[in-house]
Design a protein around this ligand. Structure first.
Ligand SMILES: Nc1ncnc2c1ncn2[C@@H]1O[C@H](COP(=O)(O)OP(=O)(O)OP(=O)(O)O)[C@@H](O)[C@H]1O
Length: 734
């Protein structure tokens, strides 16, 4: 049942100030409803009028009855009848009017219906028209798309046809129009070239195309101002003299005086210049200028990355390592520091963290050992009270041999200072090592795995260790020692880490943890460790990172696997009584080669991870003392091992990575001596072709044509060649 607004609010009394929702909102009432309501209202109004008329009549009759002087029907009969008639007439008129209105409404309703139907029809027509237009538009769009596709197909066909035509008939490329420079834009001299006398004034411009070796070297912007001024003055004097001679004029006394004054000033300038241009090696430390330091760094190929850098040391006397240690250095026989020592020792003495990158055999060990020992000499000597707190410094190295070698290098200096050094490496009794540690020592040199083992078993503690060196840090990460290295670093006290803020000055009296990382190669992977454990480190690079030393002449021989052994024999025959290291990639291959060479009668020994520690030490010692003149080894001996006078390194098998190659060949050409490295390369080694070629080019060593031509040497493994391979590039395996 439909409800009107009156139904919804029925019986509800509205509180003051509140409007009923139904009242506020208009309620939709259908037309039929509206008509019914109007009819009802009209009927009610008619009933009301009727009722009023009846009441009036009644009151009139009552009035006549109540009035005594009033004479009923005899006096007013006609008046009464007239009123009744009038009333009846009015009623019938009212009824007529109502009927008329009803008819009128009927007609209105009919008109409404007609109008509605009319509107419906119009709307229908409109809708039809719109649909038709829509369809037409769609058709048009489809037609356009069809035309576009057809045109595209047409164009593709044309292109294809053109390409076929070009392939078979050759193309006619439009010739480039050569535009000649217009004559009017050409600069023309209004004098003859021969008339130009300015050339004669200064000999500098007389032979402009002649090579001048070392011209400008050592001068600012390559210009020797002093020499230029001298020449200019001389030329000016000669020109003046000539002019005077031509014109027959004598030089006036005041002109002579002015000339003398000028010459004096020039002499003074010369003298000043001469003083500036003295070589840095002839100057005292306090005379060194910024320019001298720059030349010094250039001379030794030293470059730094970092802030607030101390000056490098030029010689041992300027090092500040203390008199006792100086004496030790003298006794060891190191006459002058190597470049990495010049740069890294002053940094270590200032407790700065250092990442040192220098070529193989360049004295990196002493570069971290000497500042470490200087640091220890400033601390209270080890005694019963503090030895239980562990060593003052720790050095970690990837291999046992290297750790032992660092121990030897450290002991060389340390025994003059009474500093105890203990090495903790695998392959030896851990209990014995624990015993040595408990007896107290200032320096521990260890492989990370064994040291962590000792720490976990409580044989060692690092409660007072604030100096840590990671030698060949990249190799340790490579070998998967990162967790062990991190374990050891975490066992050290963290209370004296340097402030993170680079600008904060370090307190000279305070002890900070100093961390050193050294290697000849420093891949990006090492940066992660450095970021975590080094504070504002200074990166010192000598020469180019990863480059082999120029003291080694590198040779690469491209051959087949079957040609390797006879070639090796030939090389060893040429060796005479000198020593050589032959590198293989696996323990088995090293053993096999050693057997072969032994059969051929060479005095050969082996070094690889498959041997016991004792055997390894015997081999190394035998090779060092030249009891054996050929050492066949794996990469265990590739890094850091310092054997003096190794004449030849032979890579019987090429290592898988170029940094391994750099370290392997670095076993020769050490400490300023020259060496030779020969590498046997086969087509199995294409992975390293690119890097090897780069290395040879960088070191100015010959690149064999087979390598140079090979496609793999032209782009990095995984890279994309910039052109498809040509037939000539293919190297065939016979
Ligand atoms: N200042 C110096 N004067 C003379 N000889 C030095 C000097 N410093 C180091 N040496 C010698 O140079 C040789 C190589 O030194 P060291 O083993 O420290 O090189 P390295 O840079 O660590 O090499 P690698 O990268 O192969 O480990 C050693 O025999 C060492 O005694």
């Amino acid at each position: 049942m439909k409800r009107t607004i009156d139904d919804t609010t029925e019986g509800y009394k509205k509180p003051p100030g509140i409007t009923v929702a139904g009242e506020a909102k208009p309620v939709f009432v259908t037309k039929a409803e509206r008509e019914r309501l109007a009819l009802e209202r009209r009927q009610a109004a008619a009933a009301d009028t009727k009722k009023q008329a009846l009441e009036q009549l009644q009151s009139l009759q009552d009035g006549r009855k109540g009035n005594s002087s009033f004479k009923p029907s005899s006096e007013f009969p006609s008046t009464d009848n007239t009123t009744l008639r009038r009333d009846r007439d009015r009623d019938s008129r009212d009824r007529d009017r109502d009927r008329g209105r009803e008819r009128e409404r009927e007609r209105e309703r009919d008109r409404d219906k007609r109008d509605r139907r009319e509107r419906e029809r119009e709307r229908e027509i409109d809708r039809d028209r719109r649909d038709r237009r829509e369809r037409e538009r769609e058709e048009e769009a489809k037609g356009r798309e069809r035309a576009r596709i057809e045109k595209q197909i047409e164009r593709e066909k044309e292109k294809e046809l053109d390409a076929i035509k070009e392939q078979y008939l050759g193309s006619k490329k439009p010739k480039k129009r050569v535009i000649k420079p217009s004559e009017k834009f050409r600069f023309s001299f209004d004098w003859e070239n021969t008339e130009d006398t300015s050339r004669d004034m200064n000999s500098l411009y007389q032979n402009p195309l002649e090579a001048r070796l070392l011209f400008g070297r050592g001068f600012r912007a390559g210009i020797d101002r002093r020499e230029q001024k001298k020449l200019a003055a001389k030329n000016e004097k000669e020109t003046h003299d000539e002019l005077r001679k031509k014109e027959g004029v004598e030089e006036l006394p005041e002109e002579v005086a002015a000339r003398h004054l000028k010459e004096k000033a020039a002499d003074l300038y010369d003298g000043f210049d001469m003083r500036v241009d003295r070589h840095w090696s002839d100057k005292k430390l306090e005379e060194m200028t910024e320019r001298d330091w720059r030349i010094f760094r250039e001379d030794f190929n030293i470059s730094y990355k970092g802030s607030r850098l101390p000056r490098p040391m030029r010689n041992w006397s300027e090092s500040g390592i203390g008199t006792e240690l100086m004496k030790a250095v003298e006794k060891v026989g190191y006459k002058s520091p190597s470049p990495i020592q010049m740069a890294a020792i002053p940094l270590g003495l200032q407790q700065r963290d250092v990442i040192g990158i220098a070529e193989t055999g360049s004295g990196k060990t002493a570069a971290f050992v000497l500042p470490m020992l200087t640091y220890i000499t400033r601390l209270p000597p080890m005694n019963e009270e503090n030895e239980a707190e562990g060593p003052y410094a720790v050095v970690m190295a990837p291999t046992r041999e290297l750790a032992q070698q660092i121990e030897d290098e450290t002991v060389k200096f340390a025994h003059y200072l009474g500093i105890k050094v203990v090495s903790i490496v695998g392959g030896q009794s851990i209990e014995e090592q624990g015993f040595k540690l408990r007896q107290g020592c200032e320096v521990v040199i260890a492989t990370p795995g064994r040291l962590l083992d000792c720490l976990e078993r409580r044989y060692a503690v690092l409660n007072q260790c604030n100096y840590v060196v990671l030698d060949e840090a990249d190799r340790m990460i490579d070998m998967g020692f990162e967790p062990q290295v991190v374990g050891v670093l975490d066992a050290m006290p963290s209370s004296n880490l340097k402030p993170e803020n680079e600008d904060e000055e370090l307190d000279e009296k305070k002890i900070y943890r100093t961390t050193y990382m050294f290697s000849a190669t420093m891949p990006l992977a090492i940066e992660r460790l450095a970021r975590k454990y080094l504070r504002n480190p200074v990166v010192v690079t000598i020469g180019t990172a990863g480059k082999a030393t120029d003291l080694i002449s590198q040779h690469v021989v491209m051959l087949k696997a079957s040609e390797k052994l006879p070639r090796l024999q030939k090389l060893l025959n040429d060796l005479g009584d000198k020593t050589a290291i032959v590198f293989c990639n696996t323990k088995k291959s090293a053993d096999d080669r050693a057997k072969d060479l032994d059969k051929f009668g060479y005095s050969v020994t082996t070094l690889h991870g498959g041997k016991s520690q004792e055997q390894r030490e015997i081999s190394l010692e035998g090779f060092r003392s030249k009891r054996f003149n050929v050492l066949v080894a794996t990469d265990v001996a590739g890094r850091g091992i310092d054997i003096p006078d190794v004449a030849h390194v032979i890579n019987y098998e090429m290592p898988a990575r170029i940094d391994m190659y750099t370290h392997r060949i670095g076993r020769t050409g050490r400490a300023g001596k020259t060496g030779v490295a020969t590498t046997f390369l086969t087509l199995q080694d294409t992975e390293v072709f690119y890097d090897l070629k780069q290395m040879l080019v960088q070191s100015n060593c010959p690149v064999p044509p087979e390598l140079s031509r090979h496609e793999a040497s032209k782009f990095k493994p995984g890279g994309i060649p910039d052109r498809p391979p040509r037939r000539n590039d293919t190297v065939f395996i016979n």
